[in-house]
Design a protein around this ligand. Sequence first.
Ligand code: ADP
Ligand code: 5GP
Length: 194
Amino acid sequence: MNEGRLIVLTGPSGVGKGTLLKHLCQRHPDLQVSVSLTTRAPRPGEIPGQSYIFVNREEFQAAIQANELLEWAEYAGNYYGTPRRPVEQALQAGKLVILEIEVVGARQIRQNFPQAHLIFIAPPTWETLEQRLRQRGQDSESAMQKRLARAKEELQAAPEFDVQVVNDDLEQAIHALEVHLGLRDRQNINNSEF
Ligand code: ADP
Ligand code: 5GP
């Protein structure tokens, strides 16, 4: 069977995972990005079914009970999880499937899919991370504080993953990801540790 590949992008909120993924998908339309379930309220501009599948807590619990999630985690007061079926179908179709998830969920994937490739996106400095979270301007101060506290823990987890990519210069980070995903040859890659 032509099995695809499962890739996880993890790292703290605000580090730029979504931004990197958006650029990667524009350049490589064949990539399949998983759309997660969340109990978080939509942000302005987020499209239901495209950014996330927005559900209430009862619906999320029902999905867990029915074993419909590949992994799930609580994050800053909300639940997030990866729907199982679309990922399994895309892998069976031989696709390169990307999950953009936080660290607790990434560990579950590591456990259940030893063949998955897990990439940790790191900020160049703590100050840059805080600045990016604030400049995104989508979170209340209390949500921001929860995300910053969680980010401190997540940064400690970086060495658990297969590779670390520092998202300092955006183009360089995209290039490094393309190399790790096998989407381009390794040339002048100088971004695999922090
Ligand atoms: P995440 O998905 O990890 O929560 P986002 O992709 O939403 O993070 O990025 C958080 C903020 O940082 C956004 O305002 C985004 O434009 C900005 N950002 C992302 N990558 C870079 C980069 N390499 N340089 C400068 N700003 C960046
Ligand atoms: P945000 O609220 O900023 O969209 O997402 C908060 C965090 O949840 C981010 O680190 C994001 O990567 C993560 N996340 C998004 N979807 C999922 C998911 O399906 N599972 C897990 N475990 N984390 C997710």
